[in-house]
Design a protein around this ligand. Structure first.
Ligand SMILES: Cc1cc2nc3c(=O)[nH]c(=O)nc-3n(C[C@H](O)[C@H](O)[C@H](O)COP(=O)(O)O)c2cc1C
Ligand SMILES: *[C@@H]1O[C@H](CO)[C@@H](O)[C@H](O)[C@H]1NC(C)=O
Ligand SMILES: *[C@@H]1O[C@H](CO)[C@@H](O)[C@H](O)[C@H]1NC(C)=O
Ligand SMILES: *[C@@H]1O[C@H](CO)[C@@H](O)[C@H](O)[C@H]1NC(C)=O
Ligand SMILES: CC(=O)N[C@H]1CO[C@H](CO)[C@@H](O)[C@@H]1O
Length: 517
């Protein structure tokens, strides 16, 4: 059967077939499991155990339409690309589809009310405000996936705290009437010394997914890094961009290098300007808020009509793990020459933490590195990118001219204020990435939210550069900051009230409701 996978004839026949919902509903068991996605029927029986998210979630929709559950966490083509063609059963006969009223849960109704009553945009004064709104209006699963970090979430909090261990040493009387923060990132014009870092699964938080991020970025001359695991397809995102709008691509490397090669070369053909290979995620971190949410969600599967054999079921492990099993943990320095052979795009390694690896990257001939701990989502208690910047810049200075026009050093993690950006630049960063700040902006307010986030950063940059006495980014020098406390992991930092009020503490395993002591 398997060799029929590529038969175009079969593909044409199966598309022409019309199947009634009645016929599909008869395949609602582990032995024969059909589902509907985007109006097409698929036989997923043999795929059940291969599904990265486990079989249970598919079985919940056995014999029925799974589109609503599928859509936010899979690129549109995932099922088409992953199932052999003989499992593509055909098109669902529309005349057999019952137009049922969707049952809206109480929680969802309440969420809609809160969404309608969110603060007007002109009352949003900073990036923390977007986060506070997102925390209230996002479905629980989306908030858990976005806000979570690994293990005890020490690193995500350290990412913020590190900025507060760096203090300014402002210069005065420099005629700061006009200040200018425009620059280029990897040769591309950028209106801010900030780019939008890749965050997966935009549709969990907003029905338009990543697209309004792309539009706002285009409007304001900001560069967006497209995630491999975007909810919208790569081409949808590129189509939403303006002609010549620079875009970067974040890459998770697939075990099947032919797929990786095709993906990278397609991106290059479509004009993507740089390839950021994520190197800190051979396996995704355990993000316990996300994992717990999955367990809570599983309660409604009790109602699922299909009984699972529990000993067969892999434990569901949250959205993160569900989507990431294709990532190749064997990725190594030996692969870098291969990447350089398949693309002319600049290659940047995202997720470097040590001077040793920074030097290896330089020697491997890549064009830059991102000092990042993946927003605290990977190795917990790893240091912040900002702290690593100090050692890494010192090491790179011993290997040629600094700043090196051919080797960029980016930093991300915990950036919420322009003052954070300026500290990183003063300490030698080429530019800074922001993940959650922009993500939360579009969750709450779509394209306008991202417009506003960009404007907030620009306003803060203007004020802070004036107060710091830097008229342009070249004038941001290490002498403008006191980073002497940065590597001290003891002692007090001032309380970060805004951040702390949106930070959701982890919780422990919960007893079943109704349990009596
Ligand atoms: C919800 C979410 C999803 C992310 N997905 C990816 C991803 O798919 N690939 C990747 O390289 N980094 C990913 N990141 C990490 C970001 O690119 C970036 O390193 C991080 O968000 C920076 O920290 P910040 O959120 O505090 O700005 C993700 C981060 C978040 C919050
Ligand atoms: C990858 O492509 C090469 C050449 O096109 C082919 O020989 C090889 O079998 C392919 N590998 C996989 C895993 O498909
Ligand atoms: C459940 O699966 C286990 C392991 O595959 C098997 O030994 C057992 O017989 C199954 N139980 C039922 C009720 O199907
Ligand atoms: C940067 O690359 C160019 C072109 O390869 C080279 O001529 C130049 O010397 C390099 N500069 C540094 C500082 O390495
Ligand atoms: C919420 C939001 O801003 N959505 C917008 C996304 O972009 C499309 C097209 O520009 C708009 O129609 C939506 O309103």
């Amino acid at each position: 059967m398997r060799d029929m996978r590529s038969s175009p004839l079969l593909s044409l026949t199966s598309l022409a077939v019309m199947i009634s919902t009645q016929a599909i509903s008869e395949h609602a068991s582990r032995d024969s499991c059909w589902i509907i996605v985007h109006g097409k029927a698929y036989d997923v029986t043999e795929f059940l155990d291969e599904h990265p998210g486990g079989s249970k979630i598919i079985l919940k929709y056995a014999g029925t339409d799974a589109t609503d559950a599928y859509q936010p966490i899979h690129p549109p083509n995932a099922i088409i690309d992953n199932l052999p063609i003989e499992k593509h059963l055909g098109t669902v006969d529309p005349s057999t589809v019952q137009k049922t009223e969707k049952v809206v849960s109480e929680a969802e109704k309440q969420r809609q009310v809160l969404l309608a009553n969110r603060p007007p945009l002109d009352e949003i004064l900073n990036l923390h405000d977007f986060e506070a709104v997102a925390k209230v209006i996002l479905p629980d699963k989306a908030w858990a996936y976005y806000s979570s970090a690994s293990d005890d979430e020490i690193t995500i909090r350290e990412n913020r705290a590190a900025f507060q261990r760096v203090w300014f040493r402002p210069r005065i009387l420099r005629d700061v009437t006009s200040v200018d923060w425009s620059m280029t990132i990897l040769g591309q014009k950028s209106s801010l010394p900030v780019y939008i870092s890749a965050t997966a699964l935009g549709k969990l938080g907003h029905p338009d997914g990543e697209l309004n991020l792309t539009r706002a970025a285009g409007k304001h001359g900001v560069i967006q890094m497209i995630p491999t695991l975007a909810s919208c397809s790569f081409d949808e995102i590129v189509d939403a961009a303006q002609p010549n709008q620079p875009l970067f691509l974040q890459l998770y490397v697939n075990r099947d290098r032919n797929l990786t090669k095709r993906y990278v070369q397609h991106a290059e053909e479509r004009g993507v300007k740089a390839l950021f290979i994520t190197v800190d995620a051979p396996q995704l971190g355990r993000r316990e808020k996300d994992m717990r949410m999955k367990f809570i969600g599983d309660d409604d599967t009790a109602a699922a009509k299909v009984q699972e054999n529990q000993s067969n079921v892999k434990k569901n492990e949250g959205v993160s793990r569900a989507i990431s099993s294709f990532i190749d943990p064997s990725l190594s320095w030996k692969d870098i020459p291969w990447f350089r052979s398949i693309t002319k795009m600049p290659i940047i390694l995202k997720g470097v933490s040590t001077p040793e690896d920074a030097i290896l990257a330089l020697e491997a001939g890549v064009q830059g590195i991102v000092l990042s701990n993946h927003g605290g989502r990977q190795l917990d208690t790893s240091r912040s990118g900002l702290e690593n910047l100090i050692d890494i810049v010192a090491a790179l200075k011993t290997r040629g001219p600094w700043p090196n026009p051919n080797f960029s050093v980016f930093v991300d993690g915990g950036v919420r204020r322009a003052s954070d950006v300026l500290k990183a630049l003063a300490l030698g960063a080429s530019a800074v990435g922001i993940g959650r700040g922009f993500l939360y902006a579009f969750c709450g307010y779509g394209e306008e939210g991202v417009d506003k986030a960009i404007k907030i950063i620009a306003d803060e940059l203007e004020m802070n550069m004036r107060l710091l006495g830097a008229r342009n980014l070249k004038e941001l020098v290490p002498e403008m900051v006191d980073a002497s406390a940065l590597s001290s992991h003891v002692g007090l930092t001032p309380k970060d009230n805004l951040y702390d009020s949106t930070y959701q503490p982890l919780s422990l395993a919960a007893f079943k409701s109704g349990a009596k002591l």
